[in-house]
Ligand binder design. Structure first.
Ligand SMILES: Cc1cc2nc3c(=O)[nH]c(=O)nc-3n(C[C@H](O)[C@H](O)[C@H](O)COP(=O)(O)OP(=O)(O)OC[C@H]3O[C@@H](n4cnc5c(N)ncnc54)[C@H](O)[C@@H]3O)c2cc1C
Length: 472
Protein backbone atom coordinates (compact mmCIF):
# COMPACT_ATOMS: atom_id res chain seq x y z
CA UNK A 1 0.00 0.00 0.00
CA UNK A 2 1.12 3.54 -0.70
CA UNK A 3 1.48 6.33 1.81
CA UNK A 4 -0.88 9.31 1.60
CA UNK A 5 0.25 12.87 1.10
CA UNK A 6 -0.16 14.82 4.36
CA UNK A 7 0.46 18.40 5.52
CA UNK A 8 3.98 17.59 6.65
CA UNK A 9 4.98 16.14 3.26
CA UNK A 10 3.51 19.18 1.48
CA UNK A 11 5.55 21.50 3.73
CA UNK A 12 8.73 19.57 2.92
CA UNK A 13 7.95 19.62 -0.82
CA UNK A 14 7.53 23.42 -0.61
CA UNK A 15 10.93 23.73 1.06
CA UNK A 16 12.46 21.64 -1.75
CA UNK A 17 10.76 23.11 -4.87
CA UNK A 18 9.22 26.41 -3.71
CA UNK A 19 5.59 27.26 -3.03
CA UNK A 20 4.75 28.08 -6.67
CA UNK A 21 5.88 24.65 -7.78
CA UNK A 22 3.81 22.54 -5.42
CA UNK A 23 0.22 22.33 -6.65
CA UNK A 24 -2.57 20.82 -4.60
CA UNK A 25 -5.82 22.49 -5.54
CA UNK A 26 -8.23 20.47 -7.68
CA UNK A 27 -8.35 22.89 -10.64
CA UNK A 28 -4.56 22.93 -10.88
CA UNK A 29 -3.87 19.20 -10.49
CA UNK A 30 -6.64 17.96 -12.80
CA UNK A 31 -4.58 18.93 -15.86
CA UNK A 32 -1.98 16.36 -14.75
CA UNK A 33 -4.39 13.40 -14.57
CA UNK A 34 -4.29 12.14 -18.16
CA UNK A 35 -2.33 12.02 -21.41
CA UNK A 36 -3.41 12.04 -25.07
CA UNK A 37 -4.85 8.53 -25.04
CA UNK A 38 -8.36 8.58 -26.45
CA UNK A 39 -10.18 7.91 -23.20
CA UNK A 40 -9.41 8.98 -19.66
CA UNK A 41 -9.47 6.63 -16.73
CA UNK A 42 -11.69 8.36 -14.14
CA UNK A 43 -10.50 9.13 -10.63
CA UNK A 44 -6.74 9.16 -11.24
CA UNK A 45 -5.89 12.56 -9.80
CA UNK A 46 -2.50 13.34 -8.31
CA UNK A 47 -2.62 14.30 -4.63
CA UNK A 48 0.11 16.81 -5.37
CA UNK A 49 1.97 18.01 -8.48
CA UNK A 50 5.60 19.05 -7.96
CA UNK A 51 7.63 20.90 -10.60
CA UNK A 52 11.30 20.53 -9.68
CA UNK A 53 13.84 22.95 -11.16
CA UNK A 54 17.03 20.88 -10.76
CA UNK A 55 18.44 17.37 -10.36
CA UNK A 56 19.07 18.13 -6.67
CA UNK A 57 15.39 18.91 -6.20
CA UNK A 58 14.34 15.69 -7.99
CA UNK A 59 16.72 13.77 -5.71
CA UNK A 60 15.30 15.36 -2.55
CA UNK A 61 11.71 14.68 -3.71
CA UNK A 62 12.48 11.00 -4.35
CA UNK A 63 14.17 10.64 -0.94
CA UNK A 64 11.08 12.11 0.69
CA UNK A 65 8.76 9.89 -1.35
CA UNK A 66 10.78 6.78 -0.42
CA UNK A 67 10.72 7.67 3.28
CA UNK A 68 6.93 7.98 3.13
CA UNK A 69 6.30 5.25 0.54
CA UNK A 70 4.44 7.67 -1.68
CA UNK A 71 3.79 6.87 -5.37
CA UNK A 72 5.70 9.09 -7.86
CA UNK A 73 4.57 9.39 -11.48
CA UNK A 74 6.95 11.28 -13.78
CA UNK A 75 5.31 13.42 -16.46
CA UNK A 76 6.81 14.99 -19.57
CA UNK A 77 4.67 16.68 -22.21
CA UNK A 78 1.67 14.44 -21.48
CA UNK A 79 1.44 13.53 -25.20
CA UNK A 80 1.74 9.80 -24.52
CA UNK A 81 -0.76 7.38 -26.06
CA UNK A 82 -0.63 4.57 -23.47
CA UNK A 83 -1.62 6.31 -20.21
CA UNK A 84 2.01 6.13 -19.03
CA UNK A 85 1.93 9.40 -17.04
CA UNK A 86 -1.52 8.84 -15.51
CA UNK A 87 -1.14 8.74 -11.68
CA UNK A 88 -3.23 5.61 -11.03
CA UNK A 89 -2.21 5.51 -7.36
CA UNK A 90 -2.46 9.24 -6.67
CA UNK A 91 0.63 10.47 -4.80
CA UNK A 92 3.08 12.84 -6.49
CA UNK A 93 3.09 13.75 -10.16
CA UNK A 94 6.61 14.90 -10.92
CA UNK A 95 6.24 17.34 -13.79
CA UNK A 96 9.53 17.97 -15.61
CA UNK A 97 8.29 21.14 -17.34
CA UNK A 98 10.70 23.51 -15.54
CA UNK A 99 13.79 21.45 -16.36
CA UNK A 100 13.73 22.57 -19.98
CA UNK A 101 17.21 23.92 -20.69
CA UNK A 102 19.33 23.22 -23.76
CA UNK A 103 22.62 22.88 -21.90
CA UNK A 104 25.27 22.36 -24.57
CA UNK A 105 25.83 21.90 -28.28
CA UNK A 106 29.09 19.98 -28.69
CA UNK A 107 29.93 20.56 -32.37
CA UNK A 108 33.04 18.34 -32.43
CA UNK A 109 31.12 15.30 -31.21
CA UNK A 110 27.83 16.31 -32.90
CA UNK A 111 26.11 15.93 -29.53
CA UNK A 112 23.65 18.02 -27.57
CA UNK A 113 23.14 17.94 -23.81
CA UNK A 114 19.59 18.72 -22.67
CA UNK A 115 17.40 18.65 -19.61
CA UNK A 116 14.56 16.13 -19.59
CA UNK A 117 11.81 18.76 -19.82
CA UNK A 118 12.99 20.27 -23.12
CA UNK A 119 10.32 19.73 -25.80
CA UNK A 120 11.02 18.15 -29.17
CA UNK A 121 9.81 21.34 -30.90
CA UNK A 122 12.21 23.58 -28.95
CA UNK A 123 15.07 21.13 -29.53
CA UNK A 124 14.50 20.95 -33.31
CA UNK A 125 14.38 24.75 -33.47
CA UNK A 126 17.66 25.08 -31.52
CA UNK A 127 19.66 22.48 -33.47
CA UNK A 128 18.38 23.43 -36.93
CA UNK A 129 19.35 27.06 -36.27
CA UNK A 130 22.91 25.78 -35.79
CA UNK A 131 22.86 23.69 -39.01
CA UNK A 132 22.18 20.33 -37.39
CA UNK A 133 19.37 17.84 -37.72
CA UNK A 134 17.58 15.45 -35.37
CA UNK A 135 15.80 12.70 -37.31
CA UNK A 136 13.44 10.97 -34.82
CA UNK A 137 10.08 12.66 -34.98
CA UNK A 138 7.20 11.32 -32.90
CA UNK A 139 4.20 13.26 -34.24
CA UNK A 140 3.60 15.71 -31.37
CA UNK A 141 6.38 18.26 -30.88
CA UNK A 142 5.13 18.98 -27.36
CA UNK A 143 6.72 15.67 -26.27
CA UNK A 144 9.67 16.19 -23.89
CA UNK A 145 13.00 14.39 -23.93
CA UNK A 146 12.32 12.50 -20.68
CA UNK A 147 9.03 11.19 -22.08
CA UNK A 148 10.47 10.35 -25.50
CA UNK A 149 13.35 8.45 -23.90
CA UNK A 150 11.09 6.71 -21.37
CA UNK A 151 8.85 5.44 -24.19
CA UNK A 152 11.65 4.88 -26.73
CA UNK A 153 9.61 6.97 -29.16
CA UNK A 154 9.77 6.31 -32.89
CA UNK A 155 7.93 8.16 -35.63
CA UNK A 156 7.75 7.85 -39.40
CA UNK A 157 11.47 8.45 -40.09
CA UNK A 158 12.49 5.33 -38.14
CA UNK A 159 12.69 3.27 -41.31
CA UNK A 160 15.87 5.08 -42.36
CA UNK A 161 17.08 6.80 -39.20
CA UNK A 162 15.99 4.58 -36.31
CA UNK A 163 14.23 5.47 -33.07
CA UNK A 164 15.15 7.59 -30.03
CA UNK A 165 17.27 4.76 -28.61
CA UNK A 166 19.68 5.13 -31.52
CA UNK A 167 20.35 8.80 -30.59
CA UNK A 168 20.77 8.68 -26.82
CA UNK A 169 24.43 8.36 -25.82
CA UNK A 170 24.21 9.15 -22.11
CA UNK A 171 21.74 9.92 -19.34
CA UNK A 172 21.55 11.42 -15.91
CA UNK A 173 19.06 9.44 -13.83
CA UNK A 174 17.84 9.93 -10.27
CA UNK A 175 17.20 6.60 -8.55
CA UNK A 176 14.34 6.03 -6.16
CA UNK A 177 16.51 6.62 -3.06
CA UNK A 178 17.75 9.95 -4.45
CA UNK A 179 21.16 8.76 -5.74
CA UNK A 180 22.18 10.21 -9.11
CA UNK A 181 23.84 8.04 -11.79
CA UNK A 182 25.24 8.77 -15.27
CA UNK A 183 25.04 5.69 -17.55
CA UNK A 184 26.73 6.11 -20.96
CA UNK A 185 28.44 9.36 -21.95
CA UNK A 186 29.70 11.22 -25.02
CA UNK A 187 30.61 7.86 -26.50
CA UNK A 188 29.98 6.04 -29.76
CA UNK A 189 31.24 2.71 -28.39
CA UNK A 190 30.84 1.29 -24.91
CA UNK A 191 31.17 -2.38 -23.95
CA UNK A 192 31.72 -1.74 -20.28
CA UNK A 193 29.45 -3.97 -18.25
CA UNK A 194 25.68 -4.23 -18.45
CA UNK A 195 24.11 -1.50 -20.56
CA UNK A 196 22.06 0.41 -17.98
CA UNK A 197 21.63 3.24 -20.48
CA UNK A 198 19.51 1.03 -22.70
CA UNK A 199 17.61 -0.31 -19.72
CA UNK A 200 16.35 3.17 -18.85
CA UNK A 201 15.41 3.88 -22.48
CA UNK A 202 11.85 2.57 -22.79
CA UNK A 203 11.44 1.96 -19.03
CA UNK A 204 8.38 4.26 -18.87
CA UNK A 205 9.36 5.99 -15.64
CA UNK A 206 9.31 2.75 -13.64
CA UNK A 207 13.06 2.48 -12.87
CA UNK A 208 14.26 6.04 -12.31
CA UNK A 209 13.71 9.69 -13.22
CA UNK A 210 15.64 10.91 -16.26
CA UNK A 211 16.92 14.44 -15.63
CA UNK A 212 19.44 14.97 -18.46
CA UNK A 213 20.35 13.36 -21.78
CA UNK A 214 23.27 13.41 -24.19
CA UNK A 215 21.72 13.34 -27.64
CA UNK A 216 23.33 12.61 -31.03
CA UNK A 217 22.53 15.09 -33.77
CA UNK A 218 23.64 14.93 -37.40
CA UNK A 219 24.28 17.10 -40.44
CA UNK A 220 21.15 18.21 -42.18
CA UNK A 221 20.12 16.32 -45.35
CA UNK A 222 19.76 19.21 -47.77
CA UNK A 223 16.91 18.10 -50.02
CA UNK A 224 13.61 16.36 -49.38
CA UNK A 225 10.82 15.22 -51.67
CA UNK A 226 7.44 13.84 -50.68
CA UNK A 227 5.57 11.49 -53.01
CA UNK A 228 1.87 10.62 -52.81
CA UNK A 229 0.91 7.47 -54.69
CA UNK A 230 -2.75 6.43 -55.05
CA UNK A 231 -3.54 2.71 -55.35
CA UNK A 232 -6.72 0.68 -55.50
CA UNK A 233 -6.26 -1.48 -52.41
CA UNK A 234 -4.30 -1.69 -49.21
CA UNK A 235 -2.73 -4.96 -50.40
CA UNK A 236 -1.43 -3.26 -53.54
CA UNK A 237 0.01 -0.43 -51.48
CA UNK A 238 1.73 -2.72 -49.00
CA UNK A 239 3.00 -5.11 -51.69
CA UNK A 240 4.88 -2.22 -53.32
CA UNK A 241 6.94 -1.43 -50.23
CA UNK A 242 9.46 -4.34 -50.41
CA UNK A 243 9.87 -3.73 -54.15
CA UNK A 244 11.14 -0.21 -53.39
CA UNK A 245 13.66 -1.52 -50.84
CA UNK A 246 14.78 -4.20 -53.31
CA UNK A 247 15.92 -1.38 -55.62
CA UNK A 248 18.38 -0.35 -52.91
CA UNK A 249 16.39 2.75 -51.97
CA UNK A 250 15.81 3.47 -48.28
CA UNK A 251 13.25 6.28 -48.05
CA UNK A 252 13.16 8.46 -44.98
CA UNK A 253 9.48 7.54 -44.46
CA UNK A 254 7.02 5.13 -46.06
CA UNK A 255 3.48 5.56 -44.77
CA UNK A 256 0.24 4.05 -45.97
CA UNK A 257 -3.04 5.76 -45.38
CA UNK A 258 -6.66 5.29 -46.53
CA UNK A 259 -8.53 7.88 -48.56
CA UNK A 260 -11.33 7.71 -45.93
CA UNK A 261 -9.20 9.19 -43.13
CA UNK A 262 -7.46 11.59 -45.52
CA UNK A 263 -10.86 12.99 -46.58
CA UNK A 264 -11.95 13.41 -42.95
CA UNK A 265 -8.68 15.21 -42.12
CA UNK A 266 -8.95 17.49 -45.16
CA UNK A 267 -12.38 18.58 -43.87
CA UNK A 268 -11.03 18.96 -40.34
CA UNK A 269 -8.15 21.22 -41.45
CA UNK A 270 -9.67 22.77 -44.54
CA UNK A 271 -6.61 21.75 -46.57
CA UNK A 272 -6.38 19.59 -49.66
CA UNK A 273 -4.39 16.44 -50.37
CA UNK A 274 -2.82 16.15 -53.85
CA UNK A 275 -5.19 13.44 -55.17
CA UNK A 276 -8.44 11.63 -54.40
CA UNK A 277 -7.96 8.69 -56.74
CA UNK A 278 -7.94 5.08 -55.56
CA UNK A 279 -8.59 3.79 -52.03
CA UNK A 280 -5.21 3.76 -50.30
CA UNK A 281 -2.22 6.05 -50.71
CA UNK A 282 1.46 5.56 -50.07
CA UNK A 283 3.21 8.66 -48.76
CA UNK A 284 6.94 8.34 -49.33
CA UNK A 285 9.58 10.87 -48.27
CA UNK A 286 13.08 10.64 -49.72
CA UNK A 287 16.06 12.74 -48.66
CA UNK A 288 19.55 13.30 -50.00
CA UNK A 289 22.32 15.91 -50.01
CA UNK A 290 22.20 15.79 -53.83
CA UNK A 291 19.23 16.93 -55.90
CA UNK A 292 20.26 14.63 -58.78
CA UNK A 293 20.24 11.69 -56.43
CA UNK A 294 16.81 12.71 -55.21
CA UNK A 295 15.50 12.78 -58.81
CA UNK A 296 17.03 9.35 -59.45
CA UNK A 297 15.26 7.94 -56.37
CA UNK A 298 11.86 9.47 -57.12
CA UNK A 299 12.08 8.28 -60.77
CA UNK A 300 12.98 4.76 -59.66
CA UNK A 301 10.17 4.64 -57.11
CA UNK A 302 7.70 5.93 -59.71
CA UNK A 303 8.79 3.20 -62.18
CA UNK A 304 8.36 0.48 -59.56
CA UNK A 305 4.93 1.53 -58.33
CA UNK A 306 3.50 2.33 -61.78
CA UNK A 307 4.49 -1.16 -62.91
CA UNK A 308 2.73 -2.59 -59.85
CA UNK A 309 -0.72 -1.07 -59.82
CA UNK A 310 -0.23 2.60 -58.89
CA UNK A 311 -2.82 4.86 -60.53
CA UNK A 312 -0.54 7.89 -60.59
CA UNK A 313 2.44 9.47 -58.80
CA UNK A 314 2.39 12.95 -57.27
CA UNK A 315 5.58 14.65 -56.14
CA UNK A 316 5.44 17.52 -53.65
CA UNK A 317 8.71 19.26 -54.43
CA UNK A 318 8.25 22.65 -52.78
CA UNK A 319 8.36 23.16 -48.99
CA UNK A 320 4.77 24.53 -49.04
CA UNK A 321 3.34 21.51 -50.84
CA UNK A 322 5.35 19.17 -48.60
CA UNK A 323 4.16 20.93 -45.45
CA UNK A 324 0.54 20.62 -46.52
CA UNK A 325 0.84 16.87 -47.12
CA UNK A 326 2.66 16.36 -43.81
CA UNK A 327 0.17 18.49 -41.92
CA UNK A 328 -2.72 16.37 -43.16
CA UNK A 329 -0.89 13.13 -42.37
CA UNK A 330 0.07 14.36 -38.86
CA UNK A 331 -3.47 15.45 -38.01
CA UNK A 332 -5.38 12.28 -38.88
CA UNK A 333 -5.43 11.33 -35.20
CA UNK A 334 -6.99 14.67 -34.23
CA UNK A 335 -9.59 14.37 -36.99
CA UNK A 336 -10.89 10.96 -35.86
CA UNK A 337 -9.98 11.01 -32.16
CA UNK A 338 -13.53 11.81 -30.98
CA UNK A 339 -14.83 8.48 -32.29
CA UNK A 340 -11.70 6.42 -31.60
CA UNK A 341 -11.87 3.82 -28.81
CA UNK A 342 -8.26 2.62 -29.02
CA UNK A 343 -5.19 2.94 -31.23
CA UNK A 344 -3.20 -0.23 -31.57
CA UNK A 345 0.55 0.21 -31.90
CA UNK A 346 1.37 -3.27 -33.17
CA UNK A 347 4.77 -3.80 -34.80
CA UNK A 348 5.45 -6.83 -37.01
CA UNK A 349 8.48 -7.75 -39.12
CA UNK A 350 8.28 -5.77 -42.38
CA UNK A 351 7.70 -8.94 -44.39
CA UNK A 352 4.60 -9.70 -42.28
CA UNK A 353 2.81 -6.39 -42.94
CA UNK A 354 0.70 -7.71 -45.86
CA UNK A 355 -0.44 -10.73 -43.82
CA UNK A 356 -1.31 -8.60 -40.78
CA UNK A 357 -3.13 -6.03 -42.92
CA UNK A 358 -5.21 -8.83 -44.49
CA UNK A 359 -6.06 -10.00 -40.98
CA UNK A 360 -7.24 -6.47 -40.06
CA UNK A 361 -9.59 -6.50 -43.05
CA UNK A 362 -10.85 -9.99 -42.23
CA UNK A 363 -11.53 -9.00 -38.59
CA UNK A 364 -13.29 -5.78 -39.69
CA UNK A 365 -15.57 -7.78 -42.01
CA UNK A 366 -16.20 -10.50 -39.41
CA UNK A 367 -17.41 -8.04 -36.74
CA UNK A 368 -18.90 -5.40 -39.05
CA UNK A 369 -16.50 -2.71 -37.74
CA UNK A 370 -14.71 0.20 -39.38
CA UNK A 371 -11.04 -0.31 -38.46
CA UNK A 372 -8.95 2.28 -40.30
CA UNK A 373 -5.34 1.14 -40.22
CA UNK A 374 -2.52 3.39 -41.23
CA UNK A 375 1.03 3.86 -40.27
CA UNK A 376 4.64 3.19 -40.86
CA UNK A 377 4.69 0.69 -43.75
CA UNK A 378 8.46 0.94 -43.93
CA UNK A 379 9.09 -0.35 -40.42
CA UNK A 380 6.15 -2.67 -39.69
CA UNK A 381 4.48 -0.40 -37.11
CA UNK A 382 0.74 -0.39 -37.86
CA UNK A 383 -1.74 1.81 -36.02
CA UNK A 384 -5.13 0.11 -36.33
CA UNK A 385 -7.85 2.35 -34.90
CA UNK A 386 -10.74 0.72 -33.07
CA UNK A 387 -13.65 3.02 -33.90
CA UNK A 388 -17.13 3.61 -32.53
CA UNK A 389 -18.18 5.01 -35.88
CA UNK A 390 -18.69 4.01 -39.49
CA UNK A 391 -17.41 5.91 -42.50
CA UNK A 392 -20.30 6.76 -44.82
CA UNK A 393 -20.60 9.43 -47.54
CA UNK A 394 -17.26 10.99 -46.54
CA UNK A 395 -18.51 11.44 -42.96
CA UNK A 396 -18.01 9.82 -39.56
CA UNK A 397 -21.29 8.26 -38.48
CA UNK A 398 -21.22 7.44 -34.73
CA UNK A 399 -22.25 3.96 -33.56
CA UNK A 400 -23.54 3.11 -30.06
CA UNK A 401 -20.45 1.92 -28.18
CA UNK A 402 -22.38 -0.41 -25.86
CA UNK A 403 -23.62 -2.35 -28.89
CA UNK A 404 -20.14 -2.99 -30.31
CA UNK A 405 -17.99 -3.08 -27.15
CA UNK A 406 -17.60 -6.88 -27.13
CA UNK A 407 -16.83 -6.93 -30.84
CA UNK A 408 -14.12 -4.29 -30.42
CA UNK A 409 -12.55 -6.27 -27.57
CA UNK A 410 -12.63 -9.47 -29.64
CA UNK A 411 -11.14 -7.62 -32.64
CA UNK A 412 -8.34 -6.17 -30.50
CA UNK A 413 -7.40 -9.56 -29.08
CA UNK A 414 -7.48 -11.28 -32.49
CA UNK A 415 -5.17 -8.63 -33.94
CA UNK A 416 -2.74 -8.81 -31.02
CA UNK A 417 -2.66 -12.62 -31.28
CA UNK A 418 -2.16 -12.38 -35.05
CA UNK A 419 0.80 -10.02 -34.54
CA UNK A 420 2.33 -12.38 -31.95
CA UNK A 421 2.00 -15.33 -34.35
CA UNK A 422 4.01 -13.29 -36.87
CA UNK A 423 6.80 -12.45 -34.42
CA UNK A 424 5.31 -9.04 -33.63
CA UNK A 425 4.77 -7.04 -30.43
CA UNK A 426 1.95 -4.98 -28.88
CA UNK A 427 3.90 -1.72 -28.91
CA UNK A 428 6.32 -0.43 -31.51
CA UNK A 429 6.64 3.09 -30.12
CA UNK A 430 3.95 4.20 -27.65
CA UNK A 431 4.92 1.91 -24.76
CA UNK A 432 2.84 -0.48 -22.67
CA UNK A 433 1.82 2.08 -20.03
CA UNK A 434 -1.52 1.57 -18.37
CA UNK A 435 -3.73 0.55 -21.25
CA UNK A 436 -1.72 -2.23 -22.86
CA UNK A 437 -0.39 -4.05 -19.79
CA UNK A 438 -3.27 -6.53 -19.91
CA UNK A 439 -1.95 -7.74 -23.27
CA UNK A 440 1.74 -7.95 -22.34
CA UNK A 441 1.61 -11.75 -21.81
CA UNK A 442 0.34 -12.14 -25.40
CA UNK A 443 3.47 -10.43 -26.65
CA UNK A 444 6.33 -11.35 -24.31
CA UNK A 445 7.28 -14.77 -22.86
CA UNK A 446 6.35 -15.36 -19.21
CA UNK A 447 10.04 -15.86 -18.31
CA UNK A 448 10.91 -12.47 -19.79
CA UNK A 449 8.13 -10.81 -17.79
CA UNK A 450 9.47 -12.45 -14.62
CA UNK A 451 12.96 -11.09 -15.40
CA UNK A 452 11.50 -7.62 -16.00
CA UNK A 453 9.75 -7.78 -12.61
CA UNK A 454 13.04 -8.72 -10.92
CA UNK A 455 14.75 -5.74 -12.58
CA UNK A 456 11.92 -3.48 -11.35
CA UNK A 457 12.31 -4.94 -7.85
CA UNK A 458 16.04 -4.23 -7.74
CA UNK A 459 15.69 -0.61 -8.92
CA UNK A 460 12.53 0.16 -6.98
CA UNK A 461 12.04 -2.26 -4.05
CA UNK A 462 9.12 -0.27 -2.62
CA UNK A 463 7.37 -0.17 -6.00
CA UNK A 464 6.68 3.57 -5.80
CA UNK A 465 8.01 4.63 -9.24
CA UNK A 466 5.13 4.95 -11.69
CA UNK A 467 3.21 2.05 -10.11
CA UNK A 468 0.61 0.22 -12.20
CA UNK A 469 2.48 0.64 -15.49
CA UNK A 470 3.84 -2.06 -17.84
CA UNK A 471 2.69 -4.73 -15.32
CA UNK A 472 1.02 -4.76 -11.92
C1 LIG B 1 -0.77 13.53 -32.39
C2 LIG B 1 0.23 12.58 -31.78
C3 LIG B 1 1.12 11.91 -32.60
C4 LIG B 1 2.05 11.03 -32.05
N1 LIG B 1 2.92 10.39 -32.90
C5 LIG B 1 3.85 9.57 -32.38
C6 LIG B 1 4.78 8.89 -33.24
O1 LIG B 1 4.75 9.03 -34.46
N2 LIG B 1 5.70 8.10 -32.65
C7 LIG B 1 5.75 7.91 -31.29
O2 LIG B 1 6.63 7.19 -30.83
N3 LIG B 1 4.88 8.51 -30.47
C8 LIG B 1 3.94 9.33 -30.96
N4 LIG B 1 3.05 9.94 -30.13
C9 LIG B 1 3.06 9.63 -28.69
C10 LIG B 1 3.91 10.56 -27.79
O3 LIG B 1 4.15 11.80 -28.39
C11 LIG B 1 5.20 9.86 -27.40
O4 LIG B 1 4.90 8.68 -26.66
C12 LIG B 1 6.17 10.72 -26.57
O5 LIG B 1 7.39 10.04 -26.47
C13 LIG B 1 5.67 11.04 -25.17
O6 LIG B 1 6.47 12.07 -24.61
P1 LIG B 1 5.90 12.99 -23.43
O7 LIG B 1 6.98 13.91 -22.98
O8 LIG B 1 4.64 13.62 -23.83
O9 LIG B 1 5.68 11.88 -22.31
P2 LIG B 1 4.48 11.67 -21.29
O10 LIG B 1 3.23 11.34 -22.01
O11 LIG B 1 4.44 12.78 -20.33
O12 LIG B 1 5.02 10.36 -20.53
C14 LIG B 1 5.27 9.17 -21.23
C15 LIG B 1 5.96 8.17 -20.29
O13 LIG B 1 7.27 8.64 -19.97
C16 LIG B 1 7.43 8.74 -18.55
N5 LIG B 1 8.31 9.90 -18.31
C17 LIG B 1 8.09 11.18 -18.71
N6 LIG B 1 9.14 11.95 -18.35
C18 LIG B 1 10.02 11.14 -17.70
C19 LIG B 1 11.29 11.35 -17.07
N7 LIG B 1 11.88 12.54 -17.06
N8 LIG B 1 11.90 10.28 -16.50
C20 LIG B 1 11.33 9.07 -16.50
N9 LIG B 1 10.13 8.81 -17.08
C21 LIG B 1 9.50 9.83 -17.67
C22 LIG B 1 6.02 8.88 -18.01
O14 LIG B 1 5.92 8.46 -16.67
C23 LIG B 1 5.26 7.97 -18.96
O15 LIG B 1 5.39 6.64 -18.58
C24 LIG B 1 2.09 10.82 -30.65
C25 LIG B 1 1.20 11.51 -29.82
C26 LIG B 1 0.28 12.37 -30.37
C27 LIG B 1 -0.66 13.10 -29.45
Amino acid sequence: MFGKINEEIIKKLIVIAGENNVLTCQEEVCGYAYDEYVSQLPGCFPEVVVRPGSTEEVSAILKLASENRVAVTPRGGGTGLAGGCVPVHGGIVLSMQRMNRFLELDRKNQLAVVEAGLTLGEFIHSVEKEGFYFPPHPGDEGAMFGGMIATNAGGSRAVKYGVIRNYIRGLEVVLVDGQVIHPGGKLIKNSTGYNLLNLFIGSEGTLGIITKAIVQVMSRPTFLRTMVIPLNSIEQAIDNVPLIFEKGIVPMAVEFVGLDVITLTEHHLNLSWPTHQGEVHLMIIVDSPSEDDLSRMTDQIADVVLENGAIDVFVADTPTKQDEVLKIRSNIYEAIKKETVDILDICVPRSEIPGHVRKIQEVARKYGLWLPAFGHAGDGNIHTHLMKAKYENSQLVPVNLEEIKDKLEAAREELIRDAASRGGVISGEHGVGLYKKKYLPLSVEATQIELMKKIKQSFDPLGILNPGKIFD
